[in-house]
Design a protein around this ligand. Structure first.
Ligand code: NDP
Ligand code: GUE
Length: 285
């Protein structure tokens, strides 16, 4: 059997076209959703993500602004910029590109962003809402993965999902969203001792580690759904995931590629969260 490949770029195209229409209608009502991205320093991978996001915002007709700050920016300067943006009614969504330089406390920065403008879904208030299954901004990568599964009508309830990775931005929240959808969820991480055995039992495998080709077909149960979140840049400049695509595609039921898989969906959900933020904010005025 050969896996059905889930192309996130194609699903994103559909969703972005829908948002383009929605935005045109909102603008007629005087609602102009706007996203502000703060990028500190000059990390090449961050620059590439930020430019992908800007192109996508432009495509759907969303206002977006990039505030590029020097790597010398102090935590105090960044926090006061965030407080200004929190007060600025023309800004609906705020994203501070991670990782931050080591002299800045990431958690303090995340908590400075107003939860109503936290389109990344990283603020503890929004994480708490996600954990208690309340309406909130879902973190973009997990939300994108859930959307990919739903658009392909893949059953989640009752399935055994194994998440490899437990970061705050991907692993932990994607497991939580799958749990909210009634999957039975197992997390693996660097201290897991029987990972292969656990993954071999999984109906759905989410791989979010950042190690090229770490999961090959020997880990995968016949017909399993395999979502590759990893983004690894090889020496020749090409991107590859955490999954050995060529071997796994012969065994899995569904498989996402890298590039053109989860990455574009992350950006799409960021745009979706920004529209939601604008709608919430105008109804509170
Ligand atoms: N496509 C997209 O939209 C996005 C892609 N990414 C990519 O996803 C990948 C993961 O990102 P992120 O979660 O931020 O990364 P982190 O480095 O924060 O987390 C990596 C996780 O992998 C675990 N891990 C490390 N080595 C092993 C191992 N040998 N076996 C099992 N688990 C292991 C770590 O365990 P421990 O906790 O024990 O250290 C950790 O939980 C990266 O390649 C990143 O570039 C990230 C965000 C968005
Ligand atoms: N506050 C914050 N929020 C984030 O959501 C966030 C972040 N910081 N820091 C970095 C990670 C990483 N991330 C990606 C998003 C899209 C692609 C993406 O679109 N990738 C394309 C390839 C892009 C290329 O060719 O370089 C693809 O997979 O097809 C990749 C990675 C979001 N992140």
């Amino acid at each position: 059997m050969s896996a059905e490949i889930i192309y996130g770029d194609q699903l994103s195209q559909t969703l972005r076209d829908q948002m383009k229409t929605e935005l045109a209608n909102l603008k007629k009502k005087g609602i102009h959703p706007k996203l502000t991205v703060i990028l500190i320093g000059d990390h090449p991978a961050s620059r590439s993500y930020v430019s992908g996001k800007q192109k996508a915002a432009e495509y759907i007709g969303m206002d977006s602004e990039l505030l590029q700050l020097s790597s010398e920016t102090t935590e105090e300067e960044l926090l006061s910029l965030i407080y200004e943006l929190n007060q600025d009614d023309s800004v609906n969504g705020i994203l501070v590109q991670l990782p931050l330089p080591t002299h800045i406390n990431e958690q303090r920065v995340i908590e400075a962003i107003s939860p109503i403008k936290d389109v990344d879904g990283f603020h503890p208030i929004n994480i708490g809402k996600m954990m208690t299954n309340q309406e909130t901004f879902l973190p973009c990568t997990p939300y994108g993965i859930l959307t990919m599964l739903q658009m392909n009508k893949i059953d989640i309830a009752g399935k055994h999902a194994v998440v490899i990775g437990r970061s705050n931005i991907v692993g932990k929240p994607v497991g939580q969203l799958l749990l909210n959808e009634n999957a039975t969820v197992t997390y693996c991480h660097s201290r897991t001792t029987n990972m292969k055995e656990l993954v071999q039992a999984a109906d759905i495998v989410i791989v979010a580690v950042g190690r090229a080709n770490m999961i090959d077909a020997s880990y995968i149960k016949e017909g399993a759904v395999v979502i590759d979140v990893g983004i690894n840049r090889l020496e020749d400049g090409t991107l590859t995931g955490d999954v050995d695509f060529d071997s796994v595609k012969e065994k899995a039921g569904y498989l996402t590629p890298v590039p053109k898989g989860v990455g574009p969906m992350t950006i799409t959900m960021l745009l979706k969260n920004t529209i939601k933020a604008a709608l919430n904010q105008c109804s509170h005025e």
